[in-house]
Design a protein around this ligand. Structure first.
Ligand code: WTA
Length: 653
């Protein structure tokens, strides 16, 4: 932590305040109203949606463990795709809805107007219907960052099917688990996914996955590169060919506000990833509102979120929020460093981007490449910068502020989760001062509380630290875990009764501003991607050479956290460099490249209590190279294990 910047406070500039939707006074007035009269406040915000049948009931929420149920606008009906497309046709049919920037700068960008988006989405919807997809059916989307990913999402919404996007970096096994997890009827994929000049064979990954799913699952294949694919007649469908024939109009289905819009699998502290369920009305209203206010989006602005649609950020802030607002949203297929480290800034210059939203891990990687990559580009159109996914360190924040924003763009450090649907805490451009690394203030209707982890009691006052929970609900909140409501209640509502438990720790500083201190559970954050240590452990022990494995996070300069694995081998196996490589490849194939272990340390034994519980606290300290504060090791079944682990601590390189 850089002491120089740790206490710095950056008030918004006059220019920022002058154009902002929400100023300091307005924030206070709206925030107070959102707490004193939530029904009135959210009833008003519900008007952001065009309802087919207007709601009469705003909020119906119960946080009591055993009876948790969350409903917003529950007697209203709508269609999400009509809200993102059709209602804009009257006034902005020729406005660009999506700017698509391909992986290679040599390939031309595409500008898809709202009219074109309507046509493409309708065709995709009609194709899905012709493949037998009906209201309530699940469709898995496994696509690169191409416009068809947005068409597919909106097409599902149009016919009332529930999409579940699987990040294109996931392995066939992970894809199969998600297809089976929601019993999907169709998988939409592409021949290949170009990224950073390399190609991932998506269709052949899908082929491998479909060997482990029901025979009835169909596959719709989008042509991206024209690369060779194997074809299974009767199962595989050619999107490009079918789109030529498909009708240009598909009537939007009338859906209830609480009908599921999508499932998105995310990592938890135990077991398999869980299918987070978001519904239609409340989610869309919240995504639209946060998109407009957090980024201070104004009509005509060009907005770019660099996330992938495989993550919740891509759902809420590339597709649903911006399109519900009639915005122009940029979709980028590539990576920040291809063909070189100026790509992000080249794209900002080329498309005159006004709001730019990215992850700290990308900023740290780019910061290390030197300022000249930024400085050679014209970034004068930038107005607001944003970050998401993990705490941003003050060095990266300052670099973002000074080198990218030239000291004139507010930085919104948005704290939220897959589960929350949209931002829960962030400074607002024209309303709040910023502190590098702080999530600062709750969004409207959000009541953060800091709890004592032992007593579960609320810690009042400022200058305090504890577990972060949220009192009461907001419209964008997840409603359940797909197929397992009990797990939903147990994960989020059982440890601290009457609150939503976020899994994060936080500090409320002397001024009452919030700082996220990181996860308090066994979830780690690798390059802004959530990973359950249990998932990596179960992948490792699935290998025949491995008897036991324990995985922890450790500080990593670029990724934020790296994956540190302690591995105990079967008696008949010996450690070797080949085996180390093999295990690394194994985890990559079991889960995907994002789960690739950074460090594997051979551990003849793991520190366990006498009851057999692995003491992760100790393993974390060793991985962090912090041997001075291991705490009490006397309760271990065999304390000498720790000395061995310290002596042989792997070189992180
Ligand atoms: C972390 C991503 C600090 C946090 C939208 C949270 C953050 C988890 C921030 C959710 C931030 C996200 N500052 N930490 N601005 N944003 N996190 O579900 O630990 O992929 O619980 O959602 O990322 O990750 P998820």
């Amino acid at each position: 932590m850089n002491a120089l910047h740790a206490d710095a406070v950056y008030p918004p500039s006059d220019e920022t305040v002058a154009r902002a939707h929400v100023t300091a006074a307005k924030y206070q007035e709206m925030y107070d109203a959102s707490l004193t009269d939530p029904e009135g406040f959210w009833g008003e915000q519900g008007k952001r949606i065009d309802w087919i049948k207007p709601f009469t009931q705003v909020k119906d929420v119960n946080y009591d463990f055993g009876n948790v149920s969350i409903n917003w606008y529950s007697d209203g009906t709508l269609n999400v795709s009509a809200n993102c497309i059709d209602r804009h046709l009257e006034n902005r049919c020729d406005q660009t809805a999506i700017i698509w920037e391909p992986d290679s700068p040599e390939e031309p960008a595409q500008h898809i107007t709202y009219k074109e988006l309507h046509r493409r989405t309708c065709r995709m919807a009609n194709i899905l219907v012709s493949m037998g997809v009906r209201k309530g059916d699940r469709v898995v989307i496994y696509l690169p960052m191409i416009p068809e990913a947005a068409y597919a999402m909106l097409a599902c919404a149009r016919i009332g099917a529930i999409h579940s996007i699987v990040f294109a970096g996931f392995s066939p096994d992970a894809l199969a688990a998600r297809v089976n997890g929601c019993d999907a009827k169709v998988v939409i994929t592409a021949d290949e996914a170009p990224r950073g000049g390399r190609k991932t064979a998506l269709k052949s990954n899908a082929d491998a996955a479909l060997l482990h799913t029901k025979d009835s699952v169909k596959c719709l294949v989008v042509k991206r590169t024209g690369g060779q694919t194997t074809w299974v007649d009767g199962r595989d469908f050619d999107y490009n060919e079918m789109a030529l024939e498909a009708d240009d109009y598909c009537a939007p289905a009338e859906m209830n506000a609480e009908d599921p819009l999508f499932i998105l699998y995310t990592s938890g502290s135990t077991g398999q990833p869980k299918g987070v369920v978001h519904t239609s009305g409340g989610y869309l209203a919240y995504a639209a509102m946060t998109h407009e206010i957090t980024f201070d989006y104004h009509d005509g602005d060009i907005y770019w979120c660099t996330a992938d649609v495989g993550w919740v950020t891509g759902h809420s802030y590339i597709v649903y929020g911006p399109l519900a607002n009639g915005a122009t949203t940029l979709m980028f297929e590539g990576v920040p460093t291809y063909p070189d480290a100026s790509r992000f800034w080249q794209v900002c210059q080329k498309h005159k981007v006004n709001q730019f939203y990215t992850a700290p891990t990308a900023l740290r990687a780019l910061m290390g490449q030197g300022n000249e990559w930024v400085e050679k580009c014209d970034l004068s159109d930038l107005k607001v910068l944003g970050t998401v996914g993990e705490p941003i360190n003050p060095e990266a924040w300052n670099w973002y502020n000074e080198v990218v924003g030239k000291g004139k763009c507010p930085i919104v450090d948005t704290w939220w989760q897959t589960e929350t649907g949209g931002h829960l805490m962030t400074p607002l451009p024209g309303a709040h001062a910023m502190k590098p690394g702080a999530a600062m203030k709750p969004f409207f209707g959000i009541q953060p509380v800091v709890l004592d982890p032992t007593s579960g009691g609320e810690i009042e006052g400022n200058g305090v630290e504890g577990v972060l929970c949220i009192k009461d609900s907001w419209p964008g909140q997840m409603r359940t875990v797909w197929g397992d409501h009990e797990r939903f209640e147990k994960t989020y509502f059982s440890d601290y009764k009457g609150y939503y438990f976020t899994g994060d720790g936080c500090r409320r500083d002397e001024d009452g501003d919030y700082w996220i201190t990181g996860r308090v559970d066994d979830v780690i954050n690798v390059s802004g991607h959530r990973m359950g240590t249990a998932e990596v452990e179960s992948a490792l022990v699935a290998h025949t050479a491995v008897a036991e494995a324990a995985v922890v996070g450790y500080p990593h300069e670029i990724k934020g956290q790296g994956i540190y694995c302690y591995v105990t081998l079967m008696n008949d196996r010996d450690p070797s460099d080949e085996l180390l490589k093999e295990l690394r490849t194994w985890v990559r194939t079991e889960i995907g490249p994002i789960a690739s272990p950074d460090v594997i340390q051979w551990a003849p034994g793991l520190p366990k209590t006498r009851s057999g519980k692995i003491m992760r606290r100790i393993l974390r300290k060793i991985a962090e190279n912090d041997f001075g504060s291991l705490g009490d090791t006397s309760t271990l079944a065999d304390p000498s294990v720790v000395d061995d682990l310290i002596a042989n601590r792997a070189n992180k390189g």
